[in-house]
Design a protein around this ligand. Structure first.
Ligand SMILES: [Zn+2]
Ligand SMILES: [Zn+2]
Ligand SMILES: [Zn+2]
Length: 241
């Protein structure tokens, strides 16, 4: 937290240094990024991301999109337009906030070359099926995403304070569930840690992770509190399925 000197912000434990929420999914043929937070450039440099075949956006809040400009490095390296998927409302916002994208410009390197695509249902990228998961985020309904392929299932819902029944049915037999659990206290647009854990228990994936944590949670203490039911992840954590 900017300007804060609490125990977590001054901690020497690298797992207490949290960038904004994002996920990188690598399958046999595809490299997919979910959200491009303001830390996107630092994230891809820190964790050696060399390729992005598609971007999926959960919603157009600042902490999930304002690193988007750096997608241009990938479209430039790959010499192709990179598809960017999201709720039609999110895509409309992206076209507005990044109105210079895809204008005729000086060259391939100066702007992200992308194909904005509004989605309401599953899309297939080779062997992977990606399904939007509508969830409540305060007054808004936004997306999480379900990834299915090679008989594996992973769901990622980083911002959420309510999961409708119709979405819940997609969360069965998951290998991995990653869910918003902002902080100990209730919040009008996010699950608290307890609400997150309750939902993770109900969903009962093989592996459960809490995400979108704040400086209210020390990594070690929170992991101790949650025992082996829920894993408290950290920046750079890799899960192999
Ligand atoms: Zn702090
Ligand atoms: Zn949000
Ligand atoms: Zn957020």
């Amino acid at each position: 937290m900017i300007g804060c000197s609490c125990g977590v912000c001054t901690s020497t434990d690298p797992r207490n240094k949290r960038r904004r929420s994002s996920l990188y999914v690598v399958t046999e043929h595809k490299h997919i990024v979910i959200d491009t937070p303001p830390d996107f450039r630092d994230q891809v440099l820190s964790f050696g991301v060399k390729r992005v075949d598609a971007v999926f956006l959960t919603h157009p809040h600042a902490d999930h999109i304002y690193g988007f400009d750096d997608v241009r490095r990938f479209s430039s390296m790959q010499e192709e337009h990179i598809p960017v998927y999201g709720q039609p409302r999110t895509i409309k916002q992206m076209r507005k906030k990044f109105d210079y994208v895809d204008r005729i410009s000086y060259g391939f390197e100066s702007v992200p070359r992308v194909l904005f695509t509004g989605m309401n249902q599953s899309v297939y990228l080779d062997e992977v099926r990606i399904t939007p998961l509508p969830v409540s985020h305060g007054m808004d309904q936004i997306y999480g995403y379900l990834f299915e392929g090679d008989e594996k299932k992973l769901a990622y819902i980083p911002d959420c304070n309510g999961i409708p029944k119709e979405t819940f049915q997609y969360l069965e037999n998951l290998d991995v569930m990653i869910l918003d659990g902002l902080r100990p206290d209730p919040h009008p647009t996010h699950f608290s840690i307890n609400e997150c854990v309750d939902h993770l228990c109900k969903i009962n994936a093989k592996q459960s992770f809490i995400t979108h944590l704040t400086h209210h949670s020390d990594h070690h203490d929170l992991q101790e509190q949650l025992g082996d039911v829920v894993t408290v992840p950290w920046d750079g954590l890799e899960i192999e399925l």
